[in-house]
Design a protein around this ligand. Structure first.
Ligand code: PSU
Ligand code: MN
Length: 303
């Protein structure tokens, strides 16, 4: 059996020519942001990557075909579609085999990127260990994927809706380097500060690229997680965001929200509780991550 896969023309050209490419996920479009900001953001982020000298490859499953790079029409349709599957490692082969349409999470996007030969991937936030995981066992497959698949993921650090210390512990167990970019503290998505020291710190895209090449040279599987702090001008300080986080978490618990619905529910409630401010910050940090990812991808191809 062969994998039905399709490359967007600009991605195919870049792969052929050995030019830098940055993968992008699609769950952020279908389950992470409301329409129309989701489509606008996806397009802006693609432009940011092109402006930084790399080629964007947004990844999704459309009618059973794994797409590496979407056309404008496909992206707009996905951003408005309803009932799209949220596809992680467990769901990806099922979605393709059924001929269904699915948006890829960080885990599934990493898998697709590795198959396509793309080494760098930018997103907003990754999944992690949820608070109360000692009861629910809710630990995102994104963390295990980072231990398996050789892709460098640029995100803005674990969201405060997660248990950040436990998230770092699980990543350490799986041998994943967690690299804070340009600061000692691990950033926490909407806020630059988390109150926790980062396991590793790097200050340049070149250093991140070299560390990735060394992993490959040593034959080590797995990727790297770069935690890139949200720009100062766009951040929501911890003391401002935390009360909203507590409210959203309490509501999720009271309503019995579980499994795949937890992250989308919390993101939607944060949007409502902050009157849209969480989304403005989210857009700014994804763009910031895309720019850094483009620099890392350029460092990897510059020889
Ligand atoms: N965090 C965000 N926005 C998102 C997600 C996480 O700020 O859109 C999405 C990503 O696709 C991530 C997924 O891979 O949620 C994690 O879901 P879960 O916790 O169910 O594994
Ligand atoms: Mn989960």
């Amino acid at each position: 059996m062969t994998l039905p896969m399709m490359y967007a023309p600009e991605v195919a050209d870049a792969l052929e020519a050995g030019r830098p490419i940055v993968a992008l996920e699609s769950t952020i479009i279908t389950h992470g942001m409301p329409y129309p900001q989701n489509v606008e953001t996806a397009q802006t982020v693609e432009e940011d990557i092109r402006a930084a000298g790399a080629v964007p490859a947004t990844i999704a499953v459309l009618d059973g075909v794994l797409h590496i790079g979407l056309t404008e029409t496909q992206l707009k349709a996905l951003g408005q579609a309803t009932g799209v599957m949220k596809v992680s490692r467990a769901d990806l082969p099922v979605c393709i085999a059924r001929g269904a349409t699915g948006a890829t999470t960080v885990a599934a996007t990493m898998i697709a990127a590795e198959i396509a030969g793309i080494k760098v991937f930018a997103t907003g936030g990754i999944g992690g260990v949820h608070r109360g995981a000692e009861e629910t066992f809710d630990i995102s497959a994104d963390l295990l994927e980072l231990g398996e698949t050789a892709v460098t993921v640029v995100a803005a650090g674990p969201k405060a809706i997660l248990d950040i210390p436990k998230t770092l512990e699980v990543l350490e167990t799986h041998g994943v380097p967690v690299i804070a970019y340009g600061q000692d503290e691990i950033p926490a998505f909407w806020s630059r500060a988390s109150g926790l020291p980062a396991p590793l710190r790097m200050d340049s895209a070149g250093e991140i690229a070299r560390a990735m090449e060394m992993r490959a040279a040593m034959g080590l599987k797995g990727g790297q997680l770069v935690a890139n702090p949200i720009p100062e001008a766009d951040e929501i300080p911890r003391e401002v965001i935390m009360p909203y986080v507590e409210t959203a978490l309490k509501e999720a618990e009271d309503k019995g929200i579980a499994a795949k619905e937890v992250t989308p529910f919390l993101l939607q409630r944060m949007f409502e509780l902050t009157e849209g401010k969480s989304l403005v910050a989210n857009i700014a940090l994804v763009r910031n991550n895309a720019r850094l990812a483009a620099q890392i991808a350029s460092e990897l191809t510059a020889k």
